[in-house]
Design a protein around this ligand. Structure first.
Ligand SMILES: [Zn+2]
Length: 152
């Protein structure tokens, strides 16, 4: 009979710790108290929108940076409208039209003049041509990726 053969009672210890944690959580559960409580609630709410707005702002900035990071201005050779273009890969080009460009684009103007639904045409074919030229001339990154490690 040797008591040292018995493994340490870690299981029991862990369980007791878990119970302790459980007790702790229960301790912090808000008690249903009238008065006083509404005030602390208001304080929490006053703090929340600020943090939520900050988080939203950060997310928005992150999103904007992601969306605009690879954007490069491309001039339409036909109508000289400038749009932001991001090359995502072969056959995948994101074109960001702005109101000025769509106003200036002769192709869209032509469509409007002829009464064609310009909403069905998402891009000016002349511009698509210009983008291809820009890629061919090396003015536009063929595939926009993260900056290469250690270029210098
Ligand atoms: Zn155009």
């Amino acid at each position: 009979m040797s008591p040292s053969d018995q493994p340490p009672d870690v299981d029991r210890l862990a369980r007791s710790m878990l119970m302790l944690h459980g007790d702790h959580t229960h301790d912090h559960e808000p008690a249903p108290v009238a008065g006083g409580q509404s005030r602390s609630k208001a304080t929490a709410f006053a703090d929340d929108p600020k943090r939520a707005a900050a988080a939203r702002e950060a997310t928005q900035a992150d999103k904007t940076r992601y969306l605009t990071s690879g954007l490069q201005p491309v001039d339409c050779r036909f109508c000289h409208a400038t749009v932001n273009v991001k090359r995502l890969g072969p056959g995948h080009t994101a074109v960001q039209w702005n109101s000025e460009a769509s106003q200036r684009c002769a192709y869209f103007a032509e469509l409007r003049a002829s009464g064609t639904d310009s909403a069905r045409t998402r891009s000016c074919p002349k511009l698509a041509d210009s983008i291809e030229h820009a890629v061919a001339e090396g003015c536009l990154d063929a595939v926009s990726t993260a900056p290469p490690p250690g270029d210098g």
